[in-house]
Each structure stands twice: as C-alpha cells, then as structure tokens.
Design a protein around this ligand. Sequence first.
Ligand SMILES: Cc1cc2nc3c(=O)[nH]c(=O)nc-3n(C[C@H](O)[C@H](O)[C@H](O)COP(=O)(O)OP(=O)(O)OC[C@H]3O[C@@H](n4cnc5c(N)ncnc54)[C@H](O)[C@@H]3O)c2cc1C
Length: 439
Amino acid sequence: MVIKHCTLRHFRQTSSPPRLYPACLLLPVSRNGYQQPILAITFAAVNASFMLPDFNNTQVAFQYRSNGEIKQAHFLFSCLGSPALTKMGIAVTRFAVANNLPVQGLIKKTLFKQFCGGESLDEAAATAATIGKYNVKTILDYGVEGKESEADFDHAVPEFVKAVEYAATQKGNIPFISLKVTGFCRFALLEKVHSRETLSPAEQEEWQRVYGRIDAICKVAHENGIKVLVDAEETWIQHGVNELCDAMMELYNKTEGIVFNTFQFYSHLSLPYLKLSINRAVEKGYILGAKLVRGAYMEKERLRAKEMGYTDPIQPNKAATDREYDAGLELCLNNLDNVYVFVGTHNEKSCLLAAKYMVDHGIKPESSRVYISQLYGMSDNISFNLAHSGFHVAKYLPYGPVKDVVPYLLRRAEENTSVSGQTGREFGLIEKEIKRRDL
Ligand SMILES: Cc1cc2nc3c(=O)[nH]c(=O)nc-3n(C[C@H](O)[C@H](O)[C@H](O)COP(=O)(O)OP(=O)(O)OC[C@H]3O[C@@H](n4cnc5c(N)ncnc54)[C@H](O)[C@@H]3O)c2cc1C
C-alpha cells in the first residue's frame, strides 16, 4: 500500500511537482477485527517553497558555474575591487574601442563573459538554458545602445520581433524581453514630448512612427505570450515613455500583464505616479505591468537639476529611496488583482520583503503575477536561492556584438567598483564559494 501524504499548504502554495521524500509511517489498520500496525511507505511532499531563501548559501548561488568560471569571476571582481585599476581600465577601454584597437577579444573573455549572455540569440539562449536548469528564467536584453537615426530605429524592430519569436520557442526559459524607447526614438524628440511642447507636423509623424515600432513589438509579444519590459531612463523623457506604455497596456494587458512600465523610486514622483497608474488601469479595465527599480541615473539627474535650476527629482538620501521602493512594492503586492509586479533589485531586504509578503499572504511563490529579478552576473546569491525556494526569478541577459555592448559593460564595471552596498558583496560571496569548493 502506498499513501501519498501531502500537506494542505503544499497544495495551496504550489502547483509545481513536489519533491518526494520516502518516509516510514506506522498506521493502525483494522484487518479481520484486529488493530494491526502495518508499515507503509509514504511519500511526504516536501516543498522548499515554504521556506524563505537563505541568501548566504553560496553553494546554491553558484551551482551553475564551473570551478574555472568561479575562479575567473573571482579574478574579475578582485580587479574591479580596485577603484584605481578599474578607472584606468575603463578609460583605456573607451579609448581603445573609439579608436578600433583590438581589445574585443580581451573584453569578451572578461567583462562580457561575466555580464552578457552571448553575441547572438543562439548564444544567449544557451546561457538561458543553463540557468533555466535551476529554475532561473531569462529576460532577453538586446544590449545595443546609442543609435540615433530613423534607419537604425527601423532596423531595430525586426531585431526585437525576432527576439520575441525566438523567446517563444524556448520552452518557458525566456518569458520576457526588455526594450528602451530610446532604441526606437530620437532622444531630442522624447525630450520635446516630455515637456509638452507642440510638435511640428513632421515631428508628429515621427512620433507616430515610434508608436508604430513599439506597437509592432508588443503585438507580436502578445501573440506569443512573451512579456515586454519597457526600461526607464532619464526622468526628463519619461512622459513620452509613460504615454506609450499606457497605450500598449490598454491594448495588450486585458487579461494578463504583457507590457510593463518601469517606476524609479529614487524619484519622489514615482510613488504618486504608481498610484495613478493603478487607478488608471482599474478605470480602463486593464492590468498594470509594474517593473520596480530604484533608478540608475542619480548623478546625472542631480547634476542636470542643479545646472538648470529646477527641483532635484531624486530623494534626499538612500534611506528615503529604500522606503519609497518598499512602499511601492507593498502597494503592488496589495493590488495583485490589478497589477503584475516585477521586482528589479539587488537589494536583499526588498527581495526578502517580497518573498515574505507572498509567504505570509499565501500567494503561490511561482505566481506569474510576481517576478523577482537581478542582472546576469550579479547577485546570484539572491536569484538562485529565491528560485531554489520556488519563487519566480528572471535575470536580465544582455546580448549583442561585443563592441555594441561596451557601454553597458563599463556601467557594470563602474557599479561593481563600489565596495559598499549590495554590489560590493559579490566578491565576498565568490571568495566564500572558492573556500567551500576548496579551489
Ligand atoms: C532587473 C533590473 C532591471 C533594471 N532596470 C532599470 C531600468 O529600467 N531603469 C533604471 O533606471 N534602472 C534599472 N535598473 C538599475 C536599478 O535602478 C539600480 O540602479 C540598481 O539595481 C541598484 O539598485 P538596487 O535596488 O539593486 O540596490 P541598492 O544598492 O539597494 O540601491 C542602490 C540605488 O539606491 C539609490 N541611491 C543610492 N544612493 C542614494 C542617495 N544618496 N539618495 C537617493 N537614492 C540613492 C540609487 O537608485 C542606487 O542605484 C535595473 C536593475 C535591475 C536589477
């Protein structure tokens, strides 16, 4: 006799196949009038989704990395840990790339290997398949930046459509793509739309073409069940981006979150705007896709506000940004009937807040309404431990020709130079894993 023993909570919290552990149980069974104990093998369905993740578990964090890869990552992060060396490396790389010097091979073996998925869709898909084995999903991020001509913008559309269609063939490993509106529109036009200046007839046509490009991608994404994350950039182009996102959500988010707008909580405008966006979605009858980040352009924002003499949109300090981020996160979690939320952060506290809220409120960890995400090559301790505990996790995976993703890579290098904060934790975690593996 086999008795399957599953807890009620198991059924409530997960639909993924339970992990089965053999266990012995003595059951009193009545047979021929006698109470007779028999030994029954039971399978206790034990599911890790009941547990909050342990972000210090480096074994789980780096399980997808070979010994050789761990040693390479160790070397890279030890170099990045030296601000002088990194500053010099960044300056030399910029100069070399600008002057077509042969540095691509070196970049490919170091920064590119750590932070990018590959040069082509096939290479990125191979990386996605590797991390997918550990239930960590992928967001395809075509990392080419800095294009400014109509021809480039037109050319980008089939590239993204191809990525969406490719993602759809990857058996659920790649549920998202991301895009930046500046990949499809002149920055100056976005600035003009943002400032509500009257557009000339030619500019109105240009703006319509931008709408058409974004729509072409979102339409194919909707048809293929792939989600589109629209990244946030500088606050002074955001109105136009919001306008496009709202229009796309109204079209494609009728029954699920397909298109996501991004909210940067270092801006004191974001929490009120998130509330407005939820209300708008409810009124218009669609689901708000909300990607939550702290924001990546703080210095630039502060400098511009100072130079141009307007109120700095950035929170007064880090604690205020943290408070606002977590408030935005809780607001989304409290409104999951109307919101799909994408928690984009390397901040352990915010990730734990999301996980704990879900556990406390009986929200299935693998609920498609909540995704938690980090960048590829960073904070694997968060991503892989959350995924190990059953949560929905995805990594931003940039891909593209090495020379085109250099700006992205240099930003990652700069970010990882800081020895304080979450990113500074990277090196310590890799060291811990090196010791654990006795390398
Ligand atoms: C999956 C993912 C997607 C992302 N997409 C985007 C995007 O579309 N647009 C974008 O702008 N960024 C994006 N980012 C970057 C993000 O905005 C942050 O810059 C980065 O993740 C660091 O913040 P954190 O929450 O991970 O970690 P933390 O280390 O906890 O926070 C660092 C952040 O806090 C804020 N901060 C630091 N010091 C201060 C201060 N003195 N005053 C006020 N605020 C301060 C800054 O935003 C800083 O980046 C993304 C990040 C991830 C992980």
